[in-house]
Design a protein around this ligand. Structure first.
Ligand code: GP9
Ligand code: MN
Length: 427
């Protein structure tokens, strides 16, 4: 309703962080790559098994002097897993308390997604994925989001040993994706969704080139092996970008969508992290995923701000110099100097650099249960909880009420999804 929309607009009026002038527009006009590292957690960065780096290529990218890396970046997904990550990254809206925005609302709702915004600025927009187009309702949702092309599994040569689990093995997928990539008029926005590092972490013998971990938990121990394979695929793709010249005129964004090892594996997690036991706070910290932005000329380094997937779109828009002061987005630019660092999880928990609330307990920044809070400290915790509840409920109102149909940011044209058709998966 229009009063719900007003509530959203009022909230944004006072909660939108201003862009950082030293980064605004620094990647203007560049090609954009969104490289999705399936189920890839932050702890893998610089992690070793028997002295061997699990993800040497990602590690190198992480510490490149032109890469901005975030080490307190959290996945915020709910049941919608990958689809929640995609929804947050490209719309700055949360997933739902249950189910998936893309599945339930991707076809019917009005969106003001990043691909559509770039499409309207003269970019080509394409998504690449080695699974069937209908998974998570991508074939419909991507039209609502402004993707001109969706190169799903129908576009790639298939053979029996080419796939494992949900789709094409990453190396084969990425190699084949380049033929379409090369035909995209520049500048382009290209999202590549990998899939091999997905539960249950299966991989054929030939592609296993690192030892499994030895926690004895069979659902956990294969994780480093598929992560290692994904890392090699990533490395090959980066080499291709360098050879083709795309590396230099692109902004390359790399992120992990959600955990690979669920909270049900506490004992194994403790062993992987070399701890004697794992608290709820540790498990919350275990929800960190990589978020990195590489662009020549960007001042790199590791940034410690607390943020998450909801913050990606405003961050990228500012770097691209796209006006977003009147867009409906619930996150804030990670590079902004005065941003609120409360990170909301979909279940209403939150983490921040000071206090975190997980389950029924409040923790301090050392991971200790906070007791004897002063009135002032209590107020600050309550404020963070209120903010968390507010952003989640506003997001749900926007999605379930299809509120974006009542509002169009300046300079944006409502997406007409009939202008998009994806050859093989329009069914
Ligand atoms: C399937 C893939 C997996 O196409 O994206 O999704 P997930 O199970 O990680 O949500
Ligand atoms: Mn996923």
């Amino acid at each position: 309703s229009s009063s719900d929309l007003n509530e959203v607009l009022n909230y944004l009026k006072t909660n939108r962080a201003a862009a950082n002038v030293s980064y605004y527009g620094k990647a203007k006009g560049k090609n954009v790559f969104i490289f999705h590292l399936e189920s890839f957690q932050q702890f893998l960065i610089n992690y070793k098994v028997n002295g061997q780096e699990v993800t040497p290529n990602v590690n190198k990218f992480y510490s490149d002097s032109n890469t901005l890396s975030f080490d307190n970046f959290f996945n915020q997904v709910g049941q919608g897993k990958t689809s929640d990550a995609e929804t947050m990254l490209e719309n700055s809206l949360f997933g739902l308390p249950s189910g998936s925005v893309m599945t339930s609302y991707g076809t019917s709702n009005t969106f003001q997604a990043l691909p559509a915004m770039l499409d309207q600025k003269g970019y080509s927009t394409a998504a690449f994925h080695g699974d069937v187009g209908s998974f998570w309702n991508r074939n419909n949702t991507y039209k609502s989001w402004g993707y001109q092309y969706f190169f799903n599994d129908d576009y790639y040569k298939q053979k029996t040993n080419y796939s494992v689990g949900y789709g094409l093995k990453d190396k084969i997928f990425l190699k084949q994706a380049t033929q379409y990539l090369e035909q995209l008029p520049q500048p382009f926005y290209a999202k590549l969704i990998t899939v091999t590092n997905h539960y249950p972490y299966e991989l054929d013998k030939e592609n296993q080139s690192i030892q499994k971990t030895t926690t004895g938990d069979s659902t956990v121990d294969g994780y480093v092996q598929t992560a290692h394979y994904l890392d090699q695929a990533f490395g090959e793709f980066i080499s291709y970008l360098k050879k083709s010249g795309l590396y230099d005129n692109s902004m390359i964004v790399v992120y992990g969508d959600h955990y690979g090892i669920s909270n049900n594996h506490k004992k194994a997690i403790a062993q992987l992290l070399g701890k004697s036991s794992i608290s709820s706070y540790d498990l919350a910290m275990f929800q960190k995923v990589p978020f990195m932005i590489h662009s020549n000329g960007l001042k790199g380094g590791v940034n410690h701000t607390y943020g998450g997937e909801i913050d990606v779109m405003p961050t990228l828009m500012d770097l691209l110099g796209l006006k977003n002061t009147d867009t409906i987005q619930l996150g804030n630019d990670l590079l902004s100097e005065n941003r609120n660092q409360t990170v909301a999880f979909r279940n209403g928990d939150f983490v921040s650099p000071t206090y975190s609330k997980i389950g029924s307990k409040v923790y301090d920044s050392n991971g200790q249960v906070a007791s004897n809070l002063t009135t002032e400290q209590k107020k600050s915790v309550d404020g963070m909880q209120a903010r968390t509840n507010k952003v989640l409920s506003l997001s749900d109102k926007i999605v379930t009420g299809d509120l974006l149909r009542f509002y169009t940011p300046s300079g944006f044209k409502k997406v007409d999804k009939r202008q998009y058709s994806y050859k093989y998966s329009d069914g």
